[in-house]
Design a protein around this ligand. Structure first.
Ligand code: ADP
Ligand code: MG
Length: 238
């Protein structure tokens, strides 16, 4: 269900070719990290998978279905942004409930899902607060909660922890990894942080200038980097 296949996918903004023909197969349930320097196309590709950005050429399959031109709401994916994108005037409860209310889910079902997500994310005591009354880590948990209740076939994270301070980042990393274990859902996680990539990923795709230089497990990339760029980026000895 949560498999995602990219075939010869490209993206241009005007004359500028930001994603070069790119092939990638993401397995159902996999935790894959897109890593690479700023400006190399990670967010653009993630937004293309989410349907927030159209694809110049090539195809995107989600769960075996051609989704290249599918509207975002039909793709069954949930995106979590660095900026949280919470509604400041709504309580935590209503922020989490928002996508469900819009989808006209029954109120009792919504309540049940909120309770479960809040337990999972340690937000039970904060449901009536507004985002402005929460810490950065709690806000990011709310954003994740809003994604969880939709039961997406895959989660797309775009540098979700880069606004948090270092110690909190380490905690949240562990929490997201735990969440992946308990939900067993595909996660694509974008970061420019090598440590995050190495500690969280089943596989890492190393991006550079709109191409993927190498895809592999953290150990494979560390032990057998295909070139100096990968070696330099991952910090391995080549
Ligand atoms: P990353 O997330 O890896 O830092 P991005 O995907 O945000 O990189 O950006 C890749 C390249 O595409 C950058 O050169 C950026 O300036 C360009 N880009 C991104 N979005 C747009 C846009 N809407 N219009 C024009 N250029 C864009
Ligand atoms: Mg980015």
């Amino acid at each position: 269900m949560g498999s995602i296949t990219l075939k010869q996918v490209t993206k241009s903004f005007g004359d500028v070719n930001v994603i070069k023909p790119l092939d990638l197969q993401i397995r159902d349930g996999e935790f894959i990290v897109f890593v690479g320097p700023s400006g190399c196309g990670k967010s653009t590709l993630l937004r293309m998978i989410a349907g927030l950005e159209d694809t110049t050429s090539g195809t995107i399959e989600i769960g075996g279905q051609d989704a290249t031109h599918m509207p975002p709401a039909k793709r069954g994916l949930a995106m979590v942004f660095q900026s949280y994108a919470l509604y400041p005037h709504m309580s935590v409860r209503n922020n989490i409930a928002f996508p469900l209310k819009r989808a006209k889910v029954e109120p009792e079902v919504i309540e049940e899902k909120i309770t479960t997500a809040a337990k999972m994310l340690n937000l039970t005591d904060y449901l009536d607060r507004k985002p402005g009354q929460l810490s950065g880590g709690q806000r990011q948990r709310v954003a994740i909660g809003r994604a969880i209740v939709r039961q997406p076939s895959a989660f797309l994270f775009d540098e979700p922890l880069s606004n948090l301070d270092a110690s909190l980042r380490v905690n949240m990393r562990l929490e997201i990894s735990e969440l992946h274990k308990s939900l067993n859902t595909t996660m694509i996680y974008v970061t420019h942080d090598q440590v995050e990539a190495m500690t969280m990923a089943d596989r890492i795709a190393v991006f550079n200038g709109g191409v993927i230089e190498q895809v592999g497990t953290p150990l494979e990339l560390y032990q057998k980097p295909v070139n100096r760029f990968v070696a330099g980026f991952i910090g391995s000895p080549k």
